[in-house]
Design a binder for this molecule. Sequence first.
Ligand SMILES: [Zn+2]
Length: 200
Amino acid sequence: MKTKIKFLAIVCLAVFVFMAFKPLDKKVILIDAGHGGYDSGVNKYGFEEKNITEAIARKIKEQSNSENVEIVLIRDGDISMNLTDRVTIINKLKPDLVLSLHVNSNSNMKANGVGAYISSNKAFHDQSKEIAEIAVNKIVSSGKLTKRYISEAPFHILKYANCNMVHLELGFLSNENDRNYITSEEGQNEIANKILESLN
Ligand SMILES: [Zn+2]
């Protein structure tokens, strides 16, 4: 518990320093790599969701070269963070957008594709939906993943984050085609690149 308080204090300090020196005209995009630490997320065929989301989040940060966009990672490392911790960081930082990264799984191995959930909060619903449409269309434009749905969901972060927010489900670990793509270096680089393109 003490370690957790220490961790949150460090994050809050980092957020304060970041806000103090942030150029006013920059859009701040917070990337939330789903799961982490003791929470692996989907765990199938030797792959863990937490590692895939972390790898893609890092690639988004590394590949970002826009002067107008600042990418900030909520989770940089294999750290356990519950949903309340994540909401605390989001609402302290007050970003222009949060992108939460996840991968899916289904008992039907044919289920595949990219979907998105958006904030049901009226203040952020319409813009989040627009951003989700653009992001999902960009990601599937590679031709490697299909498009599924964009819908509201009563998820904790989507409900309590006071900003535009999109929860992306970047393909299915249970589907062979999706799995090969989302676990490959090439696929992860391409997804990161498409996400960045959608933010411009
Ligand atoms: Zn997940």
